[in-house]
Design a protein around this ligand. Sequence first.
Ligand SMILES: *Cc1c(COP(=O)(O)O)cnc(C)c1O
Length: 389
Amino acid sequence: MESDMYGMRFATALIHGGVHEDGGTGSVNVPIYQTSTYAQENIGGTPKWEYSRTGNPTRAALESLIADLEEGTAGFAFASGLAAETAVLSLFESGDHILLSENVYGGTFRLMDKVFKHFGITFSLADTTNPEAFAAAFTPQTKAILIESPANPLLTVTDIEATAKIAHAHGAMVVVDNTFMTPYLQRPLDLGADIVLHSATKYLGGHSDLVAGLVVVKDAALAERLAFIQNSTGGVLAPFDSFLLIRGIRTLAVRMDRHTENAEKIARHLAAHPAVKKVYYPGLETAQGHDVQKKQAKNGGAMVSFELAPDRDIRKFFPALRVVTLAESLGGVESLVCHPATMTHAAIPKETREAVGITDGLIRLSVGIEDADDLIADIDWAIEGSEGK
Ligand SMILES: *Cc1c(COP(=O)(O)O)cnc(C)c1O
Protein backbone atom coordinates (compact mmCIF):
# COMPACT_ATOMS: atom_id res chain seq x y z
CA MET A 1 0.00 0.00 0.00
CA GLU A 2 2.92 2.44 -0.44
CA SER A 3 1.49 5.55 -2.00
CA ASP A 4 3.25 8.25 -3.85
CA MET A 5 2.16 11.69 -2.67
CA TYR A 6 3.86 14.28 -4.81
CA GLY A 7 6.73 11.83 -4.88
CA MET A 8 6.58 11.28 -1.11
CA ARG A 9 5.89 7.97 0.52
CA PHE A 10 3.39 7.93 3.39
CA ALA A 11 5.80 8.26 6.33
CA THR A 12 7.45 11.24 4.64
CA ALA A 13 4.11 12.86 3.80
CA LEU A 14 3.18 12.63 7.50
CA ILE A 15 6.05 15.00 8.26
CA HIS A 16 6.18 17.10 5.10
CA GLY A 17 2.64 16.90 3.67
CA GLY A 18 0.14 19.73 3.80
CA VAL A 19 0.84 23.43 3.67
CA HIS A 20 3.20 25.32 5.93
CA GLU A 21 2.13 28.89 6.51
CA ASP A 22 5.06 30.12 8.56
CA GLY A 23 4.80 33.83 7.79
CA GLY A 24 8.29 33.86 6.31
CA THR A 25 10.13 32.97 9.54
CA GLY A 26 11.26 29.52 8.48
CA SER A 27 9.56 28.00 11.53
CA VAL A 28 9.60 24.22 11.06
CA ASN A 29 6.27 23.94 12.83
CA VAL A 30 3.02 25.53 11.74
CA PRO A 31 2.44 28.47 14.10
CA ILE A 32 -0.74 28.70 16.15
CA TYR A 33 -2.63 31.56 14.53
CA GLN A 34 -4.63 32.44 17.61
CA THR A 35 -6.75 35.07 15.92
CA SER A 36 -10.41 35.50 15.09
CA THR A 37 -9.97 38.04 12.31
CA TYR A 38 -7.51 39.52 9.79
CA ALA A 39 -6.83 43.09 8.67
CA GLN A 40 -8.04 43.88 5.16
CA GLU A 41 -6.44 46.34 2.69
CA ASN A 42 -9.63 48.00 1.56
CA ILE A 43 -13.30 47.23 1.05
CA GLY A 44 -14.45 45.12 -1.86
CA GLY A 45 -11.39 42.85 -2.00
CA THR A 46 -11.26 39.07 -1.72
CA PRO A 47 -8.82 38.55 1.13
CA LYS A 48 -7.38 35.04 1.57
CA TRP A 49 -8.10 35.16 5.30
CA GLU A 50 -11.06 37.09 6.62
CA TYR A 51 -12.52 35.38 9.69
CA SER A 52 -11.34 32.25 11.54
CA ARG A 53 -14.61 30.32 11.31
CA THR A 54 -14.26 30.57 7.53
CA GLY A 55 -10.53 29.90 7.49
CA ASN A 56 -7.52 29.90 9.79
CA PRO A 57 -3.94 29.16 8.66
CA THR A 58 -3.24 26.60 11.40
CA ARG A 59 -6.47 24.75 10.66
CA ALA A 60 -5.84 25.06 6.92
CA ALA A 61 -2.42 23.39 7.33
CA LEU A 62 -4.08 20.48 9.10
CA GLU A 63 -6.86 20.29 6.51
CA SER A 64 -4.40 20.15 3.67
CA LEU A 65 -2.27 17.55 5.50
CA ILE A 66 -5.19 15.14 6.04
CA ALA A 67 -6.33 15.67 2.42
CA ASP A 68 -2.86 14.57 1.27
CA LEU A 69 -2.79 11.56 3.59
CA GLU A 70 -6.24 10.30 2.54
CA GLU A 71 -5.46 10.92 -1.14
CA GLY A 72 -8.27 13.47 -1.35
CA THR A 73 -8.37 17.01 -2.66
CA ALA A 74 -9.94 18.84 0.29
CA GLY A 75 -9.97 18.35 4.06
CA PHE A 76 -12.15 19.91 6.76
CA ALA A 77 -11.42 20.06 10.48
CA PHE A 78 -14.14 20.08 13.11
CA ALA A 79 -14.42 20.40 16.88
CA SER A 80 -15.16 16.66 17.24
CA GLY A 81 -15.79 13.53 15.22
CA LEU A 82 -19.52 14.03 15.74
CA ALA A 83 -19.30 17.65 14.56
CA ALA A 84 -17.64 16.26 11.41
CA GLU A 85 -20.48 13.74 11.02
CA THR A 86 -23.04 16.50 11.60
CA ALA A 87 -21.50 18.47 8.72
CA VAL A 88 -21.57 15.42 6.46
CA LEU A 89 -25.19 14.60 7.35
CA SER A 90 -26.10 18.24 6.65
CA LEU A 91 -25.54 17.44 2.97
CA PHE A 92 -28.88 15.61 3.00
CA GLU A 93 -32.45 16.81 3.18
CA SER A 94 -35.85 15.84 4.45
CA GLY A 95 -37.07 12.68 2.70
CA ASP A 96 -33.58 11.30 2.14
CA HIS A 97 -32.75 7.86 3.49
CA ILE A 98 -29.37 6.79 4.84
CA LEU A 99 -28.09 3.27 5.39
CA LEU A 100 -25.88 2.70 8.42
CA SER A 101 -23.77 -0.37 8.93
CA GLU A 102 -25.07 -2.38 11.86
CA ASN A 103 -22.10 -1.94 14.14
CA VAL A 104 -21.62 1.82 13.80
CA TYR A 105 -20.28 3.88 16.67
CA GLY A 106 -23.05 4.47 19.24
CA GLY A 107 -22.83 8.25 18.87
CA THR A 108 -23.35 7.97 15.11
CA PHE A 109 -26.52 5.96 15.69
CA ARG A 110 -27.71 8.49 18.29
CA LEU A 111 -27.02 11.43 15.96
CA MET A 112 -29.19 9.85 13.26
CA ASP A 113 -31.85 8.49 15.59
CA LYS A 114 -32.28 11.45 17.93
CA VAL A 115 -31.28 14.47 15.84
CA PHE A 116 -31.37 14.06 12.05
CA LYS A 117 -34.47 11.89 12.15
CA HIS A 118 -36.31 14.94 13.51
CA PHE A 119 -35.43 16.80 10.33
CA GLY A 120 -37.08 14.11 8.22
CA ILE A 121 -33.94 12.21 7.25
CA THR A 122 -34.69 8.52 7.68
CA PHE A 123 -32.23 5.69 8.20
CA SER A 124 -32.01 1.95 8.58
CA LEU A 125 -29.34 -0.46 9.74
CA ALA A 126 -27.86 -2.99 7.35
CA ASP A 127 -25.42 -5.85 7.70
CA THR A 128 -22.79 -4.53 5.32
CA THR A 129 -20.43 -7.48 5.85
CA ASN A 130 -22.25 -9.24 3.01
CA PRO A 131 -22.44 -6.76 0.08
CA GLU A 132 -24.88 -8.84 -1.97
CA ALA A 133 -27.27 -9.26 0.97
CA PHE A 134 -27.42 -5.60 1.94
CA ALA A 135 -28.06 -4.48 -1.64
CA ALA A 136 -31.72 -5.23 -0.84
CA ALA A 137 -31.71 -2.54 1.86
CA PHE A 138 -31.45 0.33 -0.64
CA THR A 139 -34.63 2.29 -1.32
CA PRO A 140 -35.19 4.85 -4.08
CA GLN A 141 -34.65 7.50 -1.36
CA THR A 142 -31.30 6.09 -0.19
CA LYS A 143 -28.77 8.86 -0.74
CA ALA A 144 -25.83 7.50 1.24
CA ILE A 145 -24.41 4.59 3.11
CA LEU A 146 -22.24 5.18 6.17
CA ILE A 147 -19.87 2.39 7.09
CA GLU A 148 -17.04 1.65 9.46
CA SER A 149 -14.55 -1.07 8.66
CA PRO A 150 -13.52 -2.68 10.88
CA ALA A 151 -16.68 -1.68 12.76
CA ASN A 152 -17.02 -0.86 16.41
CA PRO A 153 -16.83 -2.95 18.64
CA LEU A 154 -16.96 -6.42 17.01
CA LEU A 155 -14.32 -5.46 14.43
CA THR A 156 -16.48 -6.72 11.59
CA VAL A 157 -15.04 -6.05 8.16
CA THR A 158 -16.96 -4.56 5.24
CA ASP A 159 -15.58 -4.77 1.71
CA ILE A 160 -15.34 -1.05 0.90
CA GLU A 161 -14.74 -1.48 -2.82
CA ALA A 162 -17.67 -3.90 -3.29
CA THR A 163 -19.91 -1.66 -1.15
CA ALA A 164 -18.98 1.40 -3.19
CA LYS A 165 -19.87 -0.37 -6.44
CA ILE A 166 -23.29 -1.40 -5.14
CA ALA A 167 -24.02 2.00 -3.57
CA HIS A 168 -23.02 3.89 -6.70
CA ALA A 169 -25.21 1.60 -8.82
CA HIS A 170 -28.09 2.73 -6.57
CA GLY A 171 -27.09 6.38 -6.90
CA ALA A 172 -25.98 6.58 -3.26
CA MET A 173 -22.84 8.13 -1.83
CA VAL A 174 -20.38 6.14 0.29
CA VAL A 175 -19.18 7.62 3.57
CA VAL A 176 -16.48 5.72 5.44
CA ASP A 177 -15.63 6.39 9.08
CA ASN A 178 -11.91 5.55 8.94
CA THR A 179 -11.22 6.26 12.63
CA PHE A 180 -10.11 2.71 13.51
CA MET A 181 -7.71 2.33 10.58
CA THR A 182 -6.30 5.82 9.83
CA PRO A 183 -4.94 6.54 6.33
CA TYR A 184 -1.74 4.72 7.30
CA LEU A 185 -3.58 1.39 7.28
CA GLN A 186 -6.48 2.00 4.90
CA ARG A 187 -7.44 4.64 2.31
CA PRO A 188 -11.18 4.50 1.54
CA LEU A 189 -11.15 7.17 -1.20
CA ASP A 190 -8.81 4.93 -3.19
CA LEU A 191 -11.31 2.09 -2.70
CA GLY A 192 -14.18 4.11 -4.18
CA ALA A 193 -15.59 5.97 -1.15
CA ASP A 194 -16.84 9.53 -1.68
CA ILE A 195 -16.29 10.87 1.83
CA VAL A 196 -13.89 9.79 4.57
CA LEU A 197 -14.39 10.96 8.09
CA HIS A 198 -12.45 10.62 11.31
CA SER A 199 -12.78 11.04 14.97
CA ALA A 200 -9.25 12.49 15.09
CA THR A 201 -9.64 12.28 18.86
CA LYS A 202 -8.40 8.72 18.46
CA TYR A 203 -5.30 7.53 16.52
CA LEU A 204 -4.66 10.70 14.51
CA GLY A 205 -4.33 12.80 17.69
CA GLY A 206 -2.93 9.72 19.35
CA HIS A 207 -2.31 11.03 22.87
CA SER A 208 -5.80 11.31 24.40
CA ASP A 209 -5.31 15.04 24.77
CA LEU A 210 -7.80 16.52 22.31
CA VAL A 211 -11.20 16.05 20.70
CA ALA A 212 -11.36 16.65 16.94
CA GLY A 213 -12.99 15.49 13.71
CA LEU A 214 -11.86 15.47 10.08
CA VAL A 215 -13.57 15.04 6.72
CA VAL A 216 -11.85 14.43 3.38
CA VAL A 217 -13.31 14.33 -0.12
CA LYS A 218 -11.98 14.05 -3.66
CA ASP A 219 -14.79 15.61 -5.66
CA ALA A 220 -14.56 19.40 -6.14
CA ALA A 221 -18.33 20.03 -6.06
CA LEU A 222 -18.68 18.04 -2.85
CA ALA A 223 -15.73 19.94 -1.36
CA GLU A 224 -17.44 23.22 -2.15
CA ARG A 225 -20.68 22.12 -0.48
CA LEU A 226 -18.80 20.95 2.63
CA ALA A 227 -16.83 24.19 2.84
CA PHE A 228 -20.15 26.04 2.75
CA ILE A 229 -21.63 23.80 5.47
CA GLN A 230 -18.49 24.04 7.62
CA ASN A 231 -18.64 27.83 7.52
CA SER A 232 -22.43 27.99 7.90
CA THR A 233 -22.77 25.56 10.81
CA GLY A 234 -19.49 26.62 12.41
CA GLY A 235 -18.32 23.54 14.35
CA VAL A 236 -14.69 24.24 13.46
CA LEU A 237 -11.52 23.07 15.20
CA ALA A 238 -9.66 25.75 17.18
CA PRO A 239 -6.12 26.85 16.15
CA PHE A 240 -4.44 25.32 19.21
CA ASP A 241 -6.16 21.95 18.74
CA SER A 242 -5.30 22.05 15.04
CA PHE A 243 -1.64 22.49 16.04
CA LEU A 244 -1.82 19.61 18.53
CA LEU A 245 -3.44 17.37 15.93
CA ILE A 246 -0.75 18.13 13.34
CA ARG A 247 1.83 17.26 16.01
CA GLY A 248 0.05 13.97 16.71
CA ILE A 249 -0.20 13.06 13.02
CA ARG A 250 3.58 13.47 12.54
CA THR A 251 4.22 10.25 14.50
CA LEU A 252 1.27 8.25 13.15
CA ALA A 253 3.34 5.66 11.26
CA VAL A 254 5.68 4.78 14.12
CA ARG A 255 2.83 4.71 16.63
CA MET A 256 0.61 2.54 14.43
CA ASP A 257 3.43 0.08 13.80
CA ARG A 258 3.86 -0.48 17.55
CA HIS A 259 0.08 -0.38 18.24
CA THR A 260 -0.60 -3.10 15.69
CA GLU A 261 2.41 -5.25 16.60
CA ASN A 262 1.19 -5.26 20.22
CA ALA A 263 -2.42 -5.91 19.20
CA GLU A 264 -1.47 -8.94 17.12
CA LYS A 265 0.49 -10.43 20.02
CA ILE A 266 -2.37 -9.83 22.46
CA ALA A 267 -5.04 -11.17 20.08
CA ARG A 268 -3.07 -14.39 19.55
CA HIS A 269 -2.47 -14.74 23.27
CA LEU A 270 -6.17 -14.26 24.09
CA ALA A 271 -7.25 -16.67 21.32
CA ALA A 272 -5.22 -19.39 23.02
CA HIS A 273 -6.39 -18.51 26.55
CA PRO A 274 -8.68 -21.14 28.11
CA ALA A 275 -10.75 -18.51 29.99
CA VAL A 276 -11.49 -16.51 26.82
CA LYS A 277 -14.60 -17.55 24.89
CA LYS A 278 -14.09 -15.54 21.73
CA VAL A 279 -11.65 -13.01 20.27
CA TYR A 280 -12.61 -10.45 17.64
CA TYR A 281 -9.60 -9.19 15.71
CA PRO A 282 -9.51 -8.90 11.90
CA GLY A 283 -5.79 -9.69 11.88
CA LEU A 284 -6.49 -13.28 12.99
CA GLU A 285 -6.79 -15.77 10.12
CA THR A 286 -9.98 -17.15 11.71
CA ALA A 287 -11.71 -13.76 11.99
CA GLN A 288 -14.77 -12.71 9.99
CA GLY A 289 -13.58 -10.76 6.95
CA HIS A 290 -9.87 -11.52 7.39
CA ASP A 291 -9.33 -11.89 3.63
CA VAL A 292 -11.10 -8.63 2.85
CA GLN A 293 -9.10 -6.90 5.58
CA LYS A 294 -5.88 -8.20 4.03
CA LYS A 295 -6.96 -6.91 0.64
CA GLN A 296 -8.03 -3.40 1.68
CA ALA A 297 -5.87 -2.58 4.69
CA LYS A 298 -2.26 -2.92 5.74
CA ASN A 299 -3.05 -5.09 8.79
CA GLY A 300 -5.70 -5.77 11.42
CA GLY A 301 -5.28 -2.54 13.37
CA ALA A 302 -4.97 -2.20 17.12
CA MET A 303 -8.48 -2.76 18.48
CA VAL A 304 -9.14 -6.17 20.00
CA SER A 305 -12.48 -7.23 21.46
CA PHE A 306 -13.08 -10.41 23.42
CA GLU A 307 -15.55 -12.26 25.56
CA LEU A 308 -14.58 -14.07 28.74
CA ALA A 309 -15.74 -17.64 29.35
CA PRO A 310 -19.17 -17.91 31.02
CA ASP A 311 -17.66 -18.79 34.42
CA ARG A 312 -15.95 -15.37 34.59
CA ASP A 313 -17.39 -12.21 36.13
CA ILE A 314 -16.53 -9.14 34.06
CA ARG A 315 -17.29 -6.88 37.02
CA LYS A 316 -14.24 -8.41 38.71
CA PHE A 317 -12.13 -8.09 35.55
CA PHE A 318 -12.04 -4.31 35.16
CA PRO A 319 -10.96 -3.27 38.69
CA ALA A 320 -8.18 -5.89 38.66
CA LEU A 321 -6.32 -4.18 35.80
CA ARG A 322 -3.24 -2.23 36.85
CA VAL A 323 -1.69 -1.04 33.58
CA VAL A 324 -4.68 -0.90 31.26
CA THR A 325 -7.12 1.91 32.12
CA LEU A 326 -10.91 1.56 32.10
CA ALA A 327 -12.03 4.57 30.03
CA GLU A 328 -14.07 5.66 27.04
CA SER A 329 -12.17 6.40 23.84
CA LEU A 330 -9.35 4.63 22.03
CA GLY A 331 -6.31 5.22 19.89
CA GLY A 332 -4.05 6.85 22.47
CA VAL A 333 -0.52 5.72 23.33
CA GLU A 334 -1.89 4.22 26.56
CA SER A 335 -3.96 1.04 26.53
CA LEU A 336 -7.61 1.59 27.33
CA VAL A 337 -10.35 -0.92 27.92
CA CYS A 338 -14.08 -0.41 27.79
CA HIS A 339 -17.35 -2.23 28.28
CA PRO A 340 -19.34 -1.42 25.10
CA ALA A 341 -22.73 -2.45 26.50
CA THR A 342 -22.65 0.17 29.28
CA MET A 343 -20.22 2.69 27.77
CA THR A 344 -19.69 3.38 24.04
CA HIS A 345 -22.85 1.60 22.90
CA ALA A 346 -25.17 2.45 25.80
CA ALA A 347 -27.14 4.75 23.48
CA ILE A 348 -28.25 1.74 21.41
CA PRO A 349 -31.35 -0.07 22.77
CA LYS A 350 -30.47 -3.41 24.45
CA GLU A 351 -32.41 -5.54 21.94
CA THR A 352 -30.74 -3.85 18.95
CA ARG A 353 -27.37 -4.20 20.66
CA GLU A 354 -27.71 -7.88 21.47
CA ALA A 355 -29.17 -8.67 18.06
CA VAL A 356 -25.90 -7.49 16.49
CA GLY A 357 -23.75 -9.36 19.02
CA ILE A 358 -22.76 -6.64 21.49
CA THR A 359 -23.40 -8.74 24.58
CA ASP A 360 -22.98 -7.71 28.20
CA GLY A 361 -19.86 -9.91 28.37
CA LEU A 362 -17.99 -8.11 25.60
CA ILE A 363 -14.73 -6.29 26.42
CA ARG A 364 -13.09 -3.87 23.96
CA LEU A 365 -9.40 -3.20 24.22
CA SER A 366 -7.56 -0.30 22.59
CA VAL A 367 -4.02 -1.62 22.56
CA GLY A 368 -1.46 1.07 23.36
CA ILE A 369 2.26 1.27 22.64
CA GLU A 370 3.50 0.03 26.02
CA ASP A 371 5.60 -3.15 26.26
CA ALA A 372 3.36 -5.96 24.99
CA ASP A 373 4.51 -8.37 27.71
CA ASP A 374 3.43 -5.95 30.45
CA LEU A 375 0.02 -5.64 28.80
CA ILE A 376 -0.37 -9.41 28.50
CA ALA A 377 0.65 -9.92 32.14
CA ASP A 378 -1.88 -7.28 33.23
CA ILE A 379 -4.73 -8.79 31.21
CA ASP A 380 -3.87 -12.32 32.40
CA TRP A 381 -3.88 -11.10 36.00
CA ALA A 382 -7.33 -9.53 35.57
CA ILE A 383 -8.69 -12.64 33.83
CA GLU A 384 -7.43 -14.71 36.75
CA GLY A 385 -9.11 -12.32 39.17
CA SER A 386 -12.42 -12.58 37.31
CA GLU A 387 -13.01 -16.23 38.25
CA GLY A 388 -16.32 -17.16 39.87
CA LYS A 389 -19.69 -15.49 39.56
C1 LIG B 1 -15.12 8.33 18.85
C2 LIG B 1 -15.72 7.99 17.56
C3 LIG B 1 -16.58 8.87 16.90
C4 LIG B 1 -17.01 10.18 17.52
O1 LIG B 1 -15.96 11.09 17.57
P1 LIG B 1 -15.80 12.22 18.71
O2 LIG B 1 -14.47 12.81 18.39
O3 LIG B 1 -15.88 11.54 20.03
O4 LIG B 1 -16.92 13.18 18.51
C5 LIG B 1 -17.07 8.50 15.66
N1 LIG B 1 -16.73 7.33 15.10
C6 LIG B 1 -15.91 6.46 15.71
C7 LIG B 1 -15.58 5.17 15.04
C8 LIG B 1 -15.37 6.75 16.95
O5 LIG B 1 -14.58 5.87 17.55
